[in-house]
Design a protein around this ligand. Structure first.
Ligand code: PLP
Length: 410
């Protein structure tokens, strides 16, 4: 992740939200004045803060933001303004970034395979106390590199593997211990842990609330098999957002299944419930404005693509909301046509099939705003082929897909 470059690219930022957002420019005005020839990432701090407020107040436990989803400092500040106080980090750079911005934040190191130096730095320099693991070797690493034990307030969370589920991005193949192994790890970790927990991740953009209920039942079986008490159940991330043609169930129905599944475990009073949302907090809060460099029939060649902020529009084939921006006359045609987009690199895989419905007279020089890109967008940019320049601005616009979810209404 290009953490350092994207940080360096940040324009001056405002700290307070709410009233301050009214002082921010609108996307259309920025385009009209600046006529940007490089991709322009537009952050909507008010939308991000609103999504955070809704999640933090609706989720029946603690909310940890999964930093990898969008580590932009302006995004982290908006989340903080929305009430997020804990962060799920997966690398030394993420830990250092969050600590530099929020001395008081709770930071949890939730990657099951960590560099030894990252463990040492997180523990020694940044005050991180909770670490995830899914193997005996990683448990030994954590104990060796922290030199810690229960008396030193060490938190250990065992990541459980889940059967392949319904999420758009299935993560079951890479991380997590199988149930019997997870039970053994809980027993092995118990004597060293001031806090012991179990976690899982159902996969990203998971549209089925029952997936969490099933995962919690599996976690319950593992906890019973382990036969040791624990203090934390972490239901991970994966909460979905709307894309064109995809309308997920209301967030509240996910929370209801999680609450019911958690209560069914019948754990002692005071057992903590955590979630690690990423996409659900930030997707609607980001868009990118690209410029058309060439039109060829139904294809538009634009200045950002799958090696930039649009990787999900490539092979994964996500459809994103789009709108044409053409400052001044002539007004774009009101008839729409489905376009495909090509990105700027020389790779023929730099293609986004969409479909992207845009005015049928779209042409060279027009701009296109592509929405719902606050999650896994700008942070996945690469420098491939020299196309690594982009601006980041904060704007006052509403999200390009307004959520119908009452829990997420701003
Ligand atoms: C990526 C990730 C998340 C966030 O997932 P979303 O689908 O963006 O909510 C949470 N937890 C872990 C361990 C992750 O790897």
């Amino acid at each position: 992740m290009s953490l350092l470059r994207s940080r360096a690219a940040v324009s001056p930022l405002r700290r307070d939200l709410g009233a301050a957002v009214l002082g921010l420019p609108a996307v259309d005005d920025l385009v009209a004045v600046e006529r940007p020839e490089e991709p322009m990432h537009c952050l909507r701090p008010e939308a991000i803060a609103a999504a955070a407020r809704a999640f933090v107040s609706g989720f029946p436990g603690e909310t940890l933001y999964a930093v990898k989803c969008n580590p932009e400092p302006a995004v982290l500040r908006a989340l903080w303004a929305g009430g997020v106080r804990r962060f799920d980090c997966a690398s030394a750079a993420e830990v250092a970034l969050v600590r530099s911005m929020f001395p008081e934040a709770g930071i949890h190191f939730m990657h099951p395979v960590k560099a030894r130096s990252a463990i040492r730095e997180a523990w020694g320099r940044h005050g991180v106390r909770d670490f995830v693991l899914d193997s005996a070797d990683e448990l030994a690493k954590i104990l060796a590199e922290t030199g810690a034990g229960a008396a030193d307030d060490l938190g250990l969370v065992v990541r459980l593997a889940l059967p392949k589920g319904e999420a758009v991005y299935d993560l079951s193949g890479k991380f997590g211990a199988a149930p019997a192994e997870a039970a053994a790890l809980l027993r092995a970790a118990r004597p060293h842990a001031a806090r012991l927990g179990v976690s899982f991740h159902v996969g990203s953009q998971c549209l089925e609330p029952l997936a969490w209920r099933r995962a919690l039942a599996l976690a319950g079986a593992v906890i019973r098999e382990a036969g040791v008490p624990l203090e934390i159940v972490d239901v991970g991330g994966g909460f979905p957002v709307a894309y064109p043609g995809v309308e997920p169930p209301a967030l509240g129905s996910f929370f209801a299944e999680i609450e019911a599944g958690f209560e069914a475990l019948d754990l002692p009073e005071g057992t903590a419930l955590w979630a690690e949302p990423g996409r659900a907090l930030v997707a609607a809060g980001g868009s990118v404005v690209v410029q058309v460099q060439l039109r060829r029939d139904g294809a538009l060649y634009v200045n950002d693509g799958v090696y930039g902020a649009l990787s999900d529009a490539g092979l994964p084939g996500f459809a994103f909301p789009v709108r044409l921006i053409r400052p001044g006359a002539p007004t774009p045609s009101s008839a729409l046509r489905d376009f495909a987009l090509f990105g700027p690199t020389c790779d023929s895989a730099d293609r986004m099939r969409g479909p992207f419905p845009l005015p049928d007279d779209a042409r060279e020089g027009d701009w296109i705003e592509i929405g719902q890109l606050g999650a896994y967008g700008a942070c996945l940019r690469t420098g491939f082929n020299g196309f690594d320049r982009a601006r980041i601005v904060e704007v006052r616009d509403r999200p390009m897909i307004e959520t119908e979810d009452p829990a997420l209404a701003a």
